[in-house]
Every structure is written in structure tokens, then in C-alpha cells.
Write a protein that binds this ligand. Structure first.
Ligand code: BES
Ligand code: MN
Ligand code: MN
Length: 456
């Protein structure tokens, strides 16, 4: 531990400056115009892997944004850890809500502020620096592979195929991922569940053109009004999702497991205060943590229609749209939920409209066991560096590719994330505390150490 702490202490500033350089590249995977920046990020990570001690690294083409692959193989007979992360980030709009420009990282109050500071550049870079640390201090005792993709935030459309084509290359004993959160700096946790996702876009068409809302208002079905009603009908008064068949495959969690989960510290008062809401809202009969951890949900992520620019324009729109996410729990199939949603949504099309629904992307949920070597290794590592045993927690977020890893590669993942719920990922003013960044770099080498011991 002393060697690790010393190495981090001596190289702190350089680690941060290197991360800043990566963050300055605006690699927004959702935007086609980001092409050069996607390549630049991939090349930057490739070079970082080489200088950290990889004996091989390359930028591998896919149909979409490239994947960075690298490795250090010290002995084929030793265990292999495959590190997964993503160098792409979410769009930054609305820009005016940022206190500093999203791609000009700066430290305020001990936190790095920038898009990607946590999700996932900050977290993936901890792995590159921990790898460097182990190489420089002669403490690496297993093989390491890296697979860093550029399409996570758009649903990883190329990575499953990439895995199929590179099965041999990606062979490993475990996939190590830091792309999730822990409860708090003094309450470490390990994510043992991710929700699945069905992400839909719907379109309601009324009249064949935008109309004057005075000349026609009241006599023609308004797709914006009607879409609002349709969305409202998707959940009932208990916040149950009202799509027929939606809950058919939901895996109920036993009472004993629920009471085990309820032991994780959670203050509803602090939760409400942090979000400036006076009440939490969700499915009747479940706590906030259960609502995100073990129950599915349905939310509008974007909705638009008519005139939304400055000032007034009296118009009855021809079309209205929404993007709707459904977060799924293990055993619900995202393809099946897509179909149920489309069938139901089109079936409730109001008179005088045409309704279309399509799937944008999605994937299955994931649960990690807590009785396997990688969990025990992560738990020991965190206990040693944080001084407290981590709590297993089911997260509400999704990393759909994780279940594909298991399906295609036959490898389980361990979700050793160092982010916090307050890091504002996907929001303006995304941030990542320096404490978490450096603590992560200190904890990762311990994971390797314990993992190798577990595999003996
Ligand atoms: N890193 C997040 C997922 C996450 C964050 C899981 C915190 C658990 C805790 C990831 O980058 C993400 O944002 N995933 C998307 C899914 C994707 C298909 C767009 C999500 O959850 O919305
Ligand atoms: Mn992420
Ligand atoms: Mn994300």
C-alpha cells in the first residue's frame, strides 16, 4: 500500500494533466461531426496504453466508432483481466447551464468539472494509470487487456459484433469495469446489478401541416395534446406501467433479499434536498432504492412539437414526438418489451392521428454474483483502500453491453465504479472529485493483487 500511495502522490499532477488532455477532446458519439475527435480520443488512449507499459495497442476499426485494444501478456498461464471502458461522452446541451465550458476541464472545490470527468474518461483513465503504476513498481502479477469503446452512450451498436470477431483476442478470466457509482466517499459499495433498457421514439401525426391555432384550434386533434394524454396513460395511479404484459417476466426479489438491500444507508431527506424536490414519486409499495434497483420504470427523455423558439407563434402542430426509456430488470427481455410497447402505443392512437413507434436501442440487464473471485477481490481491495467493507448495491443505470459480454465471450464482469450520484453525469456541470480519481488509482492495483490470489 505504501508503494502505491507514494507512486500516486509523486505523479498526481501529471495524471490529472493527462486526463485533462483526454477530456479536452469533444468525443460526443451521438454526433457524426465528431468523427475526427473520436479518432483522436482513440489514438490518445492507444498512446497512453503504450506509454503505461502495454506491449501492444491498436485502434481497431468497426462499422461505427473505433475500439482501442491493448494488452500486456506476461505469462499465458497466469490469470487475465480485461478492462472495459468507454471514451465517448454524452452531448453537452444545454450549454448555458454549464458554469465552465464542458471541454475545458477545471478543478473547483476539489472536483474536476467537465463532460466525461466521471463518465467515463475519468474512470477509465484511473485504469490506465493503475496499469502504469503496476508496471513501474514491478507489481503486475497477471495479464491485462484493455477494450475501450467509443459507442457506449449510443447503445454500443458495433461492440457485440466486435466481440464475436475477436473472441480469442479478448479471452480473459474477468472483465473489470469502472463506469458506475458508489454510495459515498465514506460508504463504498460495489454495483451488483444493472438495469436493462428499451429506448423508444414515438411520432404522432395530426393534420398534414402546421395550422393556425385560432382558425383550427378546437376542431382538429392536436398531436401535442394527444401525445401528452397517451404518455400519461402509460402509467396508472400507483405508477405501475400500464402496458399489457409488461411485468410478465419481472423477477420478484424475495423479502429476505429486500431487507438485506434495505440495510444500505439511504437518507430520503438528503436525497430530496440534493434534488430540490419536496416529495419522491414512484411505484407504490417500494422504496426509492428498490424503485431504481429492482423495479422497472418508464420515462420521457425528450419531447418536442410545435414552436419552441423565442417568443410566441400561434400554431397547432402537425406532429409531436417523444423519446421514452423503459429501464428493465433482470429476466425482462428488451426485444420483447420493444414489441409490447410498439403494439400498445400504436393501439392507443387517438382518432384523427397516425402513430408510429420505433426502438432506438436497448439491451438486457445484468446481475453479478457476490460469491465469485472477482467480487471477493474487489471487496478486499476496496476494504483495504477505503478502510470499510463495500456494500453490494443494485444500480438503476444501464450498460447493456455487459450482458452481451457474458453471452458472446462467456466472461462475467465486475462493476467496481468510483463515481458518485452527485457527479451529475449526462447533466450540465458533470464533475468527478479528485479524491475518487486518486482513490480509484490506489484501489485498482489491489484488485489485481487479490484477484491473482483468488485464482490460485
Ligand atoms: N456509466 C453509465 C451507466 C451507469 C452510471 C450505470 C452510473 C450505473 C451507475 C453509462 O455510460 C450510461 O450512461 N449508460 C446509458 C445506457 C446507454 C445504452 C445509453 C444509460 O444508462 O442511460
Ligand atoms: Mn458510462
Ligand atoms: Mn453515460
Amino acid at each position: 500500500m505504501e508503494t502505491i500511495k507514494n507512486y500516486v502522490e509523486t505523479n498526481k499532477e501529471r495524471f490529472l494533466e493527462e486526463l485533462f488532455e483526454l477530456i479536452r477532446i469533444p468525443s460526443i458519439s451521438a454526433k457524426a461531426e465528431a468523427k475526427d475527435d473520436m479518432l483522436k480520443s482513440a489514438e490518445y488512449i492507444k498512446a497512453a496504453l503504450i506509454s503505461a507499459g502495454a506491449d501492444h495497442a491498436e485502434v481497431k476499426e468497426t462499422k461505427g466508432w473505433p475500439v482501442v485494444y491493448g494488452h500486456k501478456i506476461i505469462d499465458e498461464s497466469l490469470p487475465t483481466v480485461l478492462v472495459y471502458g468507454h471514451y465517448d461522452v454524452q452531448p453537452v446541451e444545454p450549454l448555458d447551464l454549464w458554469d465552465s465550458p464542458p471541454f475545458e476541464p477545471e478543478v473547483r472545490d476539489g472536483k474536476i468539472y467537465a463532460r466525461g470527468a466521471d463518465d467515463d474518461k475519468g474512470q477509465l483513465y484511473m485504469h490506465v494509470k493503475a496499469f502504469e503504476l503496476m508496471n513501474r513498481t514491478g507489481t503486475l502479477t497477471c495479464n491485462v487487456k484493455f477494450m475501450i469503446e467509443g459507442e457506449e452512450e449510443i447503445g454500443s451498436p458495433s461492440l457485440k459484433q466486435f466481440c464475436k470477431e475477436n473472441k480469442e483476442l479478448l479471452k480473459a478470466d474477468v472483465i473489470l469495469i469502472s463506469d458506475t457509482t458508489m454510495i459515498a466517499q465514506d460508504t463504498p459499495s460495489i454495483t451488483v446489478g444493472l438495469r436493462g433498457l428499451s429506448f423508444m421514439e414515438v411520432e404522432v401525426t395530426g393534420p398534414n401541416r402546421d395550422l393556425h391555432s385560432g382558425l383550427f384550434g378546437g376542431a382538429v386533434g392536436n398531436p401535442a395534446n394527444l401525445l401528452a394524454k397517451m404518455i400519461a396513460s402509460l402509467t396508472d395511479e400507483n405508477n405501475h406501467i400500464a402496458i399489457p404484459g409488461f411485468y410478465d417476466d419481472v423477477q420478484e426479489v424475495s423479502d429476505s433479499e429486500r431487507s438485506e438491500m434495505a440495510k444500505a444507508p439511504f437518507s430520503e431527506e438528503a436525497y430530496k434536498k440534493a434534488l430540490d424536490i419536496n416529495e419522491v414519486v414512484g411505484e407504490a409499495g417500494f422504496s426509492s432504492n428498490e424503485r431504481t434497483g429492482i423495479r422497472p420504470s418508464l420515462d420521457v427523455n425528450g419531447i418536442w412539437s410545435g414552436y419552441t423558439g423565442e417568443g410566441a407563434k400561434t400554431v397547432l402542430p402537425s406532429k409531436a414526438y417523444a423519446k421514452i426509456s423503459m429501464r428493465l430488470v433482470p429476466n425482462q427481455d428488451s426485444g420483447k418489451i420493444d414489441e409490447l410497447f410498439i403494439k400498445h402505443f400504436e393501439s392507443i392512437a387517438p382518432e384523427g392521428t397516425k402513430v408510429k413507434a420505433k426502438s432506438l436501442h436497448g439491451g438486457q440487464g445484468y446481475v453479478t454474483p457476490i460469491d465469485f473471485p472477482a467480487y471477493r477481490a474487489a471487496s478486499s481491495a476496496i476494504e483495504e483502500s477505503f478502510g470499510k467493507q463495500p456494500i453490494p448495491v443494485r444500480s438503476g443505470g444501464s450498460i447493456p453491453i455487459v450482458s452481451d459480454f457474458e453471452e458472446v465471450l462467456g466472461i462475467k464482469s465486475i462493476l467496481m465504479g468510483f463515481g458518485l450520484d452527485s457527479d451529475a453525469i449526462h447533466s450540465p456541470n458533470e464533475n468527478y472529485p479528485l479524491f475518487n480519481f486518486y482513490k480509484g488509482i490506489e484501489t485498482i492495483p489491489l484488485f489485481y493483487k487479490y484477484f491473482v490470489e483468488e485464482m490460485k
